[in-house]
Write a protein that binds this ligand. Structure first.
Ligand SMILES: [Zn+2]
Length: 297
């Protein structure tokens, strides 16, 4: 009898097994966490404060990637370090590449950067796709469907969590919109070319970026053109990034009327990881932008 009971317990536990999920960046981690809800939490690979484009996995994280039931990530365009780990893995994890989904809205990196006149990334699709809240809302269904395929027993729950996630995203979006509407027409410069989706979605006025989309340190020519633009006085604020040294920005704006805003964090790596991080990220960017752009001084 005891054996039978043990067997029954084991069987029901195995049937109710929630997939072990690994995610790339805090924003994606948060969306998956919302969809898993009470059933569990995914693992997050990118360390707090780390640059999404340039990161090194620990051996234990390589193991996680290899042994996961499901890896949810944006794609190799954003995180080449995870691409390498997926290539090298011996395991059989399912992979959900969000960037490759036909329903993921995509635009190019800023073509004809108005600050420098450069068109270095022309024709290159910007992989910072999560910064469009309507894309994140769309992904909740995509993630719920994949989790349900792996764990059919909990399909109804995943769907229900996705509905809640979408309402949280919609609330954050409305909050961001209210903050951003009054400062829509004020030109600003960001550290790297990561905000195209956010800028497009909320109808903001970007005057360009310091670094390109991969956040690599810009060259001297780009910097001197930027400096000339800032001296003209049309740009209101320049925003550093939590992941990058602000020293470059101090030098650039020194002696001009341009204000330096608080640091932006496009991946959410300064936020507490979890279900609240994505909605917080959408509002935090708006708060930071409005904090500098709405200040008349
Ligand atoms: Zn980036």
């Amino acid at each position: 009898m005891r054996h039978l009971l043990a067997l029954l317990l084991t069987t029901s536990a195995a049937m109710a097994e929630v997939p072990r999920v690994v995610t790339d960046i805090p924003a994606v981690h948060s969306i998956v966490d919302m969809v898993m809800g009470s059933l569990g939490s995914p693992e997050l690979l990118l360390a707090p404060g780390a640059d999404e484009h340039d990161f090194q996995l620990k051996p234990s994280q390589m193991e996680s990637v290899a042994s996961a039931d499901l890896v949810v990530w944006v794609g190799p365009e954003l995180t080449p370090w995870l691409d390498a780990a997926l290539e090298a893995r011996g395991g059989e994890s399912s992979i959900l590449t969000l960037f490759d989904d036909v329903g993921t809205y995509k635009i190019n990196y800023f073509v004809g950067d108005s600050v420098t006149g450069d068109t270095p990334a022309e024709g290159t699709i910007d992989p910072h796709v999560w910064l469009d809240p309507s894309t994140a809302a769309y992904w909740t269904d995509l993630i719920a469907a994949e989790l349900s395929r792996l764990d059919p027993e909990h399909a109804k729950l995943y769907d229900a969590h996705a509905v809640i996630a979408r309402s949280r995203i919609a609330t954050a979006e409305a909050e961001a919109k209210a903050l951003l509407d009054p400062i829509k027409d004020r030109p600003f410069v960001t550290f790297h070319d990561a905000y195209g989706y956010y800028i497009t979605y909320f109808g903001l006025t970007s005057a360009g970026t310091i670094a390109l989309g991969d956040a690599a340190t810009p060259g001297a020519l780009r910097l001197s053109k930027l400096r000339a633009t800032l001296e003209e006085g049309s740009v209101t604020c320049v925003f550093p990034e939590a992941q990058h040294n602000a020293g470059l920005i101090d030098q650039l704006v020194d002696g001009t009327s341009v204000k330096i805003g608080a640091a932006l964090d496009p991946v959410g790596s300064t936020l507490q990881p979890g279900p609240r991080a994505y909605p917080e990220l959408i509002v935090a960017i708006a708060t930071t932008l409005a904090g500098c752009l709405s200040d008349p001084g």
